[in-house]
Design a protein around this ligand. Structure first.
Ligand code: AMP
Ligand code: MN
Ligand code: MN
Ligand code: MN
Length: 279
């Protein structure tokens, strides 16, 4: 008898900028046929406890994870950690420093929006998350709610990206720190959505090489609703840099019709999936 498995190793809940509670996320994953789910909220592991309870009840395997914000040579890069010991002190101290920075950045974003004639953004976005978890998605929701844009795509393009009124350049963890915290917590470091970074191919290759030398283990070969051709390119990079392959939807909300839990382009057979090392 063959046992069907479906891995989704990159998802978000209300513990960061997702719109489903950890319980609702696990419930939806189960309904979508996911058998192995990683919850990877931005810069925090607060949702894992609740998710674990729901996963146990529904008979789905929960992989403890996180998505760490990193600044690398002027770019923001995301490093997913999987199979973490979430109690680890080095990891938690590191994540706390990033959440402290989130609070500082949120105040700056609100100040900038205020100068652009949009008052009350800190309180408005604050309805959706605590100050230390505030991200651009929460500001986006506030701006849409106030009628400054009609949807997520428009609100990001008009307010929350480089050279726009609500943009503040990030000062996140170093790549070495992010990989180090994950490793200290006995986890595996994974470069999230490597195709999404606006960088030249040579810079992307430098990122992979440095990540590998720091002890990074995998890249997301398949992410969200990525084009099959792009998945193939990422798969070849995984092989070339001797990295394991991960896949995850990066699901945030049922409102986004393009992304669903457990739905992504299948990885080519020549990669080594990260889960081959798991029992
Ligand atoms: P932050 O870490 O607070 O800077 O926010 C980054 C998050 O914003 C990502 O994880 C996505 O959830 C979301 N995001 C970034 N760019 C866009 C975009 N162009 N459209 C919609 N959401 C975006
Ligand atoms: Mn996000
Ligand atoms: Mn990300
Ligand atoms: Mn993500």
């Amino acid at each position: 008898m063959s046992v069907m498995t479906q891995y989704d190793l990159h998802t978000h809940s209300t513990a960061s900028d997702g719109s489903l509670s950890p319980t609702d996320l696990v419930t939806r994953a189960k309904a979508q046929g996911v058998t192995h789910l990683a919850l990877t909220d931005h810069d925090g592991t607060e949702g894992l406890e609740e998710a674990a309870v729901a996963a146990e009840r529904l008979g789905i395997s929960l992989i403890p994870g996180v998505e760490v914000s990193v600044s690398w040579h002027g770019a923001t890069v995301h490093i997913v950690g999987l199979q973490l010991d979430q109690q680890n002190e080095a990891l938690q101290n590191g994540l706390r420093s990033l959440r402290d920075y989130r609070r500082t950045r949120a105040r700056k974003i609100a100040e900038r929006l205020d100068k652009a004639g949009i008052p009350g953004a800190l309180e408005g976005a604050g309805k959706y998350a605590s100050e230390t978890m505030l991200g651009r998605v929460h500001f986006a929701r506030f701006l849409v709610e106030k009628g400054h844009a009609s949807d997520m795509k428009e609100v990001f393009n008009r307010f929350l990206v480089k050279n726009k009124p609500g943009y503040v350049s990030g000062h996140w963890a170093t790549l070495a720190d992010a990989v180090g915290w994950i490793r200290e917590a006995s986890g595996q470091a994974v470069i999230a959505h490597p195709a999404r970074y606006k960088m030249t191919n040579s810079k992307r290759r430098r990122l992979l090489a440095e990540f590998k030398s720091l002890g990074g283990e995998a890249i997301e070969v398949s992410s969200g609703n990525q084009h099959p051709e792009e998945v193939r390119v990422m798969a070849k990079l995984a092989v070339e840099f001797d990295l394991l392959a991960s896949c995850g939807s990066d699901f945030h909300s049922p409102d986004n019709n393009w992304i669903e839990l457990g739905k992504m382009t299948t990885m080519p057979p020549f990669v080594t999936p990260i889960w081959t090392q798991w029992q």
